[in-house]
Structures are given as C-alpha cells and as structure tokens.
Design a protein around this ligand. Structure first.
Ligand code: GLA
Length: 383
C-alpha cells in the first residue's frame, strides 16, 4: 500500500491526516539462538514492513484499527491492561504499557495499522509492529528516543507484556537495519557493525508455509537448557555468565561432565557464535563459498544439536543445494517451520525461486511462497 493511500484511509476513518511510521521485518543470515546467550547474530532488515498511521485525540483513549487483522480495539490510557489480552493489539499495548511504566504520559490517539510482513513465517512481524508502534506513540510526545533504546523497550514489551522470552535481535535490526547491508550485532554490548552484502546477490527467502505447535514451548525449553549449561560451567569457571563466555576448547574438555542434551545445545551456541564472526569476515571479503559453508554448518547444527529444524525446513534447504547461482542457505529464525534464507546470484534468482518451489511442492505437497528480497533500511517516519 502506498503511504498516500494509507493516509487517505486514515482520513476517511478519523477525519484528519496522520503521521506515518514504518518498521521492517527481518531475516537472519547466521547466528541462530545466540541472541539470548549474549552472543552474535547477523540479520538484515527486509523490504516487508508494518506501517502505523497515528494522530492524537483530545481524550485519554487509545484506539487500534487495522484492515488486515481482526477487531477494533479501544483502551483507556490510564487503565491499560497489565498483561496481554490475547489479540494482535498486544504488541501495540505492550509498547504503550512499557512507555507508561517508564513515566511517559502518552496522549490519547487513533492508530491505523497496515502490515505487510508475512505472519507466522518467522520474519518478525511482531517486532515490526512493536517498533512502528513505539515510534508512532513516541511521536505524540514530541520527543525522540535513540533507536537502540526503542529496540530495548520493544523487547521488554514482548518479554514482559506479551510473555514471549525472545532475545534482542529482531527489534534491534528492525530499528537499525541498513539497505544493502547485513548487520553484525553483539547481543551483550549492543555494539554493531554493518557488513556489506556483495553486489549481485539476492536474499531469497523460502516460506515452508508450516509452523509446528512446538515452537513456543521448545523455544523456552532451549533457553532453560542453555541456562543449565551456564550453571554447570560456572562451577569450573565462575567468570562464565552466559554461553558467550565459553570457548570451544573449554566446552570440549567438559563434554563428559554435563548431561548429553545440555552439552549438545551448548555446543551449537558456542560454535554458532564463532561461525557468525567468521561469516561476517568472509562476507566482507567476498568469500561466498566460505559463507555458504558456514551457513550449511549452521543449519546442520540447528538440525542435529539444537534440534529446532523440521522435515519441511530440511527439505527446503536440501532442495537448494545444486541449483544454479546458489551460494548458501539455511533455516532462519526460531525454527519448527517458517522460512529458509538463501544467498543467490541476481541473474539466477528468479529461476531459483521457480525451481525450488517446484522441488518443495513435489516433496511435500505444499506450495511454498518464495520472496526475492534485498537488505533494506530500518524503521523511519514516512510523513
Ligand atoms: C526468534 C526470537 C529471536 C531469536 C531467534 C532465534 O526469532 O525472536 O530473539 O532468539 O528466534 O535465533
């Protein structure tokens, strides 16, 4: 939808012209299940965005509308619910509620949300909604919050209000992404570096169209298993506060000292951190074969050690291997369905999309969606 169409639609509902904010979804190139272990990730912001049109209103009401998502909601800003209400508006409410807890007054407002990030595909539609809402709500106050702080606030909304114990990756890249670049983030210090994606490469994102129920429960279990690993390792070395502090050598020396499942989970995270740093270097140097090898290792590790892949994701990754122009790929995001990400040479991208779609359909009976993407800019005000 064009910004002017959204503005017009807003005017037809509320009789005034709005300000409009946009925040993108993301795809993660490498560094999976490392963010909540204080590790490294390398995502990129995508061209799919969520848009929030907003205008203050004279009372203390917050109304939230959307054409794509069901329900129109109205809340009193001074009596916001304390936890989620179980609807999509939770991501907006969560942000409003955290802003109120941080002492922001917030003015009453009408919000119209337009979402283009595929839902439930692991491309962070929730982070896009949180970040675009945060920018919109903050605009009412006439103050700016630095974008890294907006990211932290949105993560807090998702952790504490919505109740999903996610890491910082999605909100951070939605705020800070840069066109043509991936984004190497240290999830402990929040220092980051842009890593140029070589010209002539496309990010081809393949949606398996499945999301297994396991996803949320297993995400929390994985987090707990990582924490159990940290507690065990800290007995030998008290300076270990997170898996970020564990070296490959230390991990291998302790293989027989911790339960096998815990060791395997930790082994994924510790080696994935190193792979992410190596991939950032290789991408910078244009060594695509090396990037591809690291992405494949990441996928295998998520499949075999971290056990968050699924049949459909494995089929999609394997289906890409010998297609012309393919440089590397793997599952992306939390797992148990959702998407794979593939680095594909520009001139082969369309053919790749067609052929991987056919292969996947043949193997699974499911018609996938395939998106030809590039890295785009992070959140901004549009008008
Ligand atoms: C989800 C979470 C992220 C991250 C990934 C796994 O997308 O929102 O914080 O933990 O899973 O890398």
């Amino acid at each position: 939808m064009k910004t002017s169409d959204l503005a017009q639609h807003f005017e037809s509902l509320f009789g005034t012209q709005p300000r409009i904010f946009r925040a993108p979804g993301r795809v993660n190139l490498i560094g999976e299940h490392t963010d909540y272990n204080d590790g490294f990730v390398m995502p990129a912001a995508l061209g799919f965005s969520t848009y929030v049109a907003i205008r203050p209103r004279p009372d203390r009401k917050l109304t939230i509308h959307s054409d794509e998502f069901p329900g129109n909601f109205e809340f009193d800003l001074d009596r916001l619910p304390e936890t989620r209400v179980g609807a999509w508006c939770d991501y907006v409410l969560g942000v409003a509620s955290i802003l109120r807890q941080r002492g922001r007054e917030l003015a009453g407002a009408n919000l119209l949300v337009h979402g283009e990030v595929p839902i439930g595909a692991g491309l962070s539609s929730s982070a896009a909604l949180e970040v675009s809402s945060a920018l919109a709500l903050l605009s009412l106050e006439g103050t700016n919050l630095p974008l890294p702080e907006v990211a932290t606030l949105c993560r807090q909304a998702e952790n504490n209000f919505v109740g999903a114990k996610v890491g910082i990756m999605d909100q951070f890249v939605s705020c800070m992404g840069k066109a043509g670049h991936a984004f190497l983030l240290d999830c402990r210090s929040l220092e980051f570096k842009f890593v140029p994606i070589p010209a002539g490469l496309r990010l081809v994102v393949c949606n398996t169209m499945v999301k297994h129920d396991l996803a949320t429960g297993a995400y929390n279990t994985r987090r707990e298993e990582c924490e159990a690993g940290v507690r065990a390792f800290a007995k030998w070395d008290p300076s270990i506060r997170a898996l970020r502090d564990v070296s490959v050598e230390f991990l291998d020396q302790r293989e027989k000292d911790v339960p096998v499942t815990i060791w395997r989970r930790c082994s994924h995270v510790v080696r994935e951190n190193q792979r992410t740093l190596d991939a950032a270097r290789a991408l910078t140097e244009g060594e695509l074969a090396r990037v591809g090898k690291l992405m494949r290792e990441s996928h295998n590790s998520l499949r075999d050690l971290y056990e968050v892949s699924c049949r459909e994701l494995d089929i999609m990754v394997d289906a890409a291997e010998d297609l012309p122009g393919y440089c590397g790929g793997r599952m992306t995001g939390g797992g148990f369905g959702g998407c794979t990400v593939n680095l594909v040479r520009e001139e082969n991208a369309e053919d790749f999309a067609k052929r991987i779609g056919e292969r996947y359909r043949e193997a699974t009976g499911i018609t996938p969606q395939v998106y030809l993407c590039s890295a785009e800019d992070g959140a901004q005000e549009l008008r």
